[in-house]
Design a protein around this ligand. Sequence first.
Ligand SMILES: [Zn+2]
Length: 304
Amino acid sequence: MPELPEVETVARDLQRWVAGATIRTAIVRWERTIRHPQPPERFVAEIAGATVRRVSRRAKTVLLHLEDGRVMTVALRMTGALIVTDAGTPADPYARVVFELADGRELRYRDVRKFGRIGLWPGGGLRSVGAGRGARSRRVAESGRRYRIGEVFSGHGPEPLQRSFTAERLAERLSRRSAKLKTLLLDQSFIAGVGNIYADEALWRARLHPLRGADTLDARDVRRLHRSIRQVLREGIANRGSSISDYVGVDGQPGRNAERLAVYQRTEQPCFRCGRPIRRIVVGQRSTHFCPRCQPEPVASAAP
Ligand SMILES: [Zn+2]
């Protein structure tokens, strides 16, 4: 599943390839891909003629900012991809939505497993998000009201690569939680954009066991975790993402980060630091990879 580095790579590529392009029309081949507005015919009517001003990312979602202030969101979820093709490129049976651009190219939303969602929203309020309340964003999806783009992301936590995401801020957020580190890193209301791959990588780099309770970290642990989260995400972006399953960039090419991962899907292979075999456990139904030597098991707290 694409995480922050993969989605950031897609957004940066799209910025180069489609900023300034006008969408002539959209063809929706799988109606459930369209989240908002409903019905999909209305989405098609509203997107026709829109010009893309710039492309960015929030959490694991690509944002296409339109000239008139509206924002189109593309959540890639499991297998979604955005691919720009030249005129005359053969049709793709997995393209669920095709945006025909005025210059003859196509922006194709390709999604084998069909979990991804596309929405079109009124602009506004995006700067004020980050309060981190989970339930509200889910309600937005189901309600009929026209939510502004900022409200769509109101349930998401801070962006880990933003300057405002400091070690002090992370420490403050961790200290109020007793959840296990792995569970917390995957919680989008705690921190946005981190998924299974980069959570495991960040914890290995920080030498923290995935089952450590968040409120058991001392100041040095937190600084190491903060640095590690940002490092693994930045390296992922520099390598154009980790292509574990279907992820490809806008050019249709896989990223180069998968072969650089230290623990993720390296079960029984030697740890790059100490040589011990990497172990796999399941935490909250998610595969979790760690080094039993570099990431010591949490000490059981003394009985009261
Ligand atoms: Zn090790």
